[in-house]
Ligand binder design. Structure first.
Ligand code: ADP
Ligand code: MG
Length: 279
């Protein structure tokens, strides 16, 4: 592919939810299925041994149906969730095993997250929301305000600095969420279905805007989606997940022309069906 060291490298990542993950892990390693483990131990195998590498500057989409483990995967990457087993290398540092103070530092400076439900503080103004992460880092008022306004300019909201989130539309609120992630200069953006709550037209606009921004920013982005159109439109590469595993990884073109199995073909059928409706 290329010779760059990966920005993010997951190795044999496993996450099991429940109070007895060790017993479940043992069964998993013995080859028991997800369903069997659930029945035997009441533990949920949510990430079932995932390994993948993401290149610097890549817009990497993780696609899958609800419950396939997408949110768990990104939450492991910023350690909102501690994985049960495996490694998460970010620029070579295994963050599955770093301590909480180091993790906080990484979350403030290196990894930013954009949430589906925007996650804005309702009683803070737009600009205060955007500069919040910088304030927590102890950056002085003048500098953080400058950075926040710069980020708001990037997403076209510089006129709205002193408004409260409630006076903004959903699309604009998510732009604020994006500006907040950009303000910290984090190299990695984790976006968990950031546009899923938006109306279709606004959603399309936001996808285009993200692609436009990415041309200039070259961040490493993991973008979660359950929508194959969205995945194909914005992804440099796509990983399709099912029941905590990766079914196929590839460029949109590769997935389209060489689907790995019937599961992928069923997703693609949606696209073909849409084409048929138009006739
Ligand atoms: N806190 C939790 N405790 C137990 N099971 C969970 C928890 N969070 C998620 N799960 C289960 O893990 C699986 C993956 O969930 P999730 O990562 O949210 O999937 P997705 O984001 O693809 O919808 C699902 O079966 C879900 O029910
Ligand atoms: Mg989810």
């Amino acid at each position: 592919m290329n010779n760059l060291a990966p920005k993010i490298h997951l190795e044999n990542l496993i996450k099991i939810y429940g109070h007895k993950p060790r017993i479940a892990l043992k069964l998993f390693r013995e080859g028991k299925s997800r369903d069997d483990i659930l029945e035997l131990t009441n533990q949920v195998v949510s990430i079932a041994n995932i390994s993948l590498k993401i290149n610097p500057g890549e817009l990497f989409v993780v696609m899958g149906l609800s419950g396939s483990g997408k949110s768990t995967l990104v939450r492991c990457i910023n350690r909102l969730i501690k994985p049960t087993s495996g490694h998460i290398y970010i620029d070579g540092e295994d963050i599955a095993h770093v301590n909480e103070p180091r993790m906080r530092e990484l979350r403030l400076k290196k990894i930013s997250m954009v949430f589906q439900q925007f996650g804005l503080f309702p009683h803070k103004t737009v600009v205060e929301n955007v500069e919040y992460g910088l304030k927590v880092q102890g950056i002085d008022k003048v500098k953080r305000r400058h950075k926040a306004i710069e980020a708001l300019e990037k997403v076209g909201l510089e006129q709205w600095t002193d408004y409260f989130p409630s006076s903004l539309s959903g699309g604009m609120q998510q732009r604020v969420g994006l500006a907040r992630a950009l303000a910290t200069d984090a190299e990695i953006l984790l976006m968990d279905e950031p546009f899923s709550a938006l109306d279709p037209l606004i959603r399309r606009e936001m996808q285009e805007e993200l692609l436009h921004l990415q041309k200039e920013l070259h961040k490493t982005i993991i973008f979660i989606s359950h929508d194959i159109y969205e995945a194909f439109k914005i992804g440099d590469r796509i990983a399709v997940m099912k029941e905590g595993k990766i079914v196929q990884i590839g460029t949109p073109k590769m997935i389209m022309t060489q689907p790995a199995n019937d599961y992928i073909r069923a997703f693609l059928q949606d696209i073909y069906n849409a084409r048929d409706i138009i006739k």
